[in-house]
Design a protein around this ligand. Structure first.
Ligand SMILES: Nc1nc2c(ncn2[C@@H]2O[C@H](COP(=O)(O)OP(=O)(O)OP(=O)(O)O)[C@@H](O)[C@H]2O)c(=O)[nH]1
Ligand SMILES: [Zn+2]
Length: 357
């Protein structure tokens, strides 16, 4: 006991520290930096330390023609007197086409990559580019104390188990499709983004409810972007709930399939260079889809729903709900908003991500 932060809260601090460029100590023997926020001052100080590696995911390694000996990631020995721009270019594909040769890059093999894996997990949780500098430490605890750094156990960084979502407040919200709207706010214990549920009417909790798990898309939902189908899907789902007089729409703040808006814009910039939506995620070092749908299942349960008629074209979403204990009584197709700008995007999702056309 005590007043200090528990492990979940220390992970939350670690995310915030990394976003500011402050390194984090991994219990088990290392200090890590997110490459995206590493500054020249701190890089200079690394000159005095040994055992410094640059860690990238195997997707990013493939783009750079580096062998990922650890299957999911590659550890690259950092050359001496390395330039900050060189490190950033390994992590950030923005200039890949202008300056394709970054190497030769030698990746390390053998040894334990657990701390490196934990470092990548933390950069992703911080919604930064998935690339880290990892520095071996002999006495991690003393180092953290001396430099006033947040220390987290590597296994907790690796297994950031979904945090409980707590209902905070709900209030009546008449909207265009239904005057009987109600907005619920859910807050996770781990300091991450809040999520919202829009309840239409008074759905019977003993019957499957018409439901939509909508992932945030600032560009589509708010700006009316023509590059995706999110805006029409959001409004189409609400309209159907309004017409039926009941339903529940979860607005999950997992922007960009869980990589955050900044990284999604990096992906859009790569799409401007000719890569498709999946290739762009991979070149950045991400998986195709980094969302955690257990959050949606947990919120449905907290609202009293056990069974849904799920508005989606994504069979993976149906599978994730079933796995998380929510019965999908029916999949209801939601095909709206195709146009000449998103035609290729929708075709790619059908071909590579299994979406139903
Ligand atoms: N990373 C990335 N995310 C995107 C891109 N286009 C849209 N998104 C995000 O994708 C999410 C929506 O996912 P979709 O794949 O359209 O749909 P889905 O939720 O998997 O499936 P449906 O239920 O059928 O809509 C939102 O979070 C968007 O911000 C893109 O090109 N790259
Ligand atoms: Zn979208």
């Amino acid at each position: 006991m005590g007043f200090g932060p528990n492990i979940v809260e220390r992970i939350a601090r670690a995310r915030a520290d990394l976003r500011m460029g402050v390194p984090v100590v991994l219990d088990g023997g290392a200090m890590m930096f997110a490459v995206e926020t590493l500054d020249q001052d701190r890089l200079n100080q690394l000159d005095d330390l040994t055992g410094v590696t640059l860690v990238i995911t195997s997707h990013r390694a493939k783009t750079l023609h580096v062998t990922p000996y650890d299957s999911d990631l590659a550890r690259i020995a950092l050359p001496h007197d390395v330039d900050l721009n060189w490190i950033r270019a390994i992590a950030d594909p923005a200039d890949d086409l202008n300056a394709p040769m970054k190497g030769p890059l030698r990746s390390e093999r053998g040894g334990d990559a657990t701390l490196h894996r934990a470092a990548i997990a933390l950069t992703k949780a911080a919604r930064l580019l998935p690339a880290a500098i990892v520095v071996q430490l002999n006495n991690a605890q003393a180092f953290a104390l001396t430099h006033n750094l947040t220390m987290v156990p590597a296994d907790a960084a690796l297994d950031q188990t979904m945090s409980p979502q707590h209902p905070i407040v709900a209030a009546r919200l008449p909207i265009e499709v239904s005057e009987a709207g109600r907005l619920h706010i859910f807050r996770p214990e781990d300091g991450a983004e809040e999520h919202y549920a829009v309840e239409i009417g008074k759905p019977d909790r003993s019957q499957p409810v018409l439901a939509r798990l909508h992932s945030a898309c600032f560009t589509g939902d708010v700006l009316g972007s023509l590059k995706c189908d999110c805006g029409p899907q959001l409004r189409g789902a609400l309209a159907q709930m309004g017409a039926e007089g009941q339903g529940v729409l979860l607005y999950l703040n997992q922007e960009g399939r869980g990589i955050g808006l900044t990284n999604k814009m990096r992906a859009y910039s790569l799409q401007d260079q000719g890569f498709d939506t999946v290739e762009a995620n991979h070149r950045l070092g991400f998986e195709d889809d980094e969302r955690d749908f257990r959050i949606g299942a947990e919120i449905l349960r907290k609202l009293g729903f056990a069974s849904v008629r799920l508005l989606t074209n994504n069979p993976n979403k149906v599978a994730r709900m079933q796995e998380s204990g929510i019965d999908v009584a029916e999949r209801v197709a939601l095909k709206v908003g195709e146009n000449r700008f998103n035609h290729h995007y929708l075709a790619t999702k059908a071909k590579k991500s299994g979406h139903l056309l």
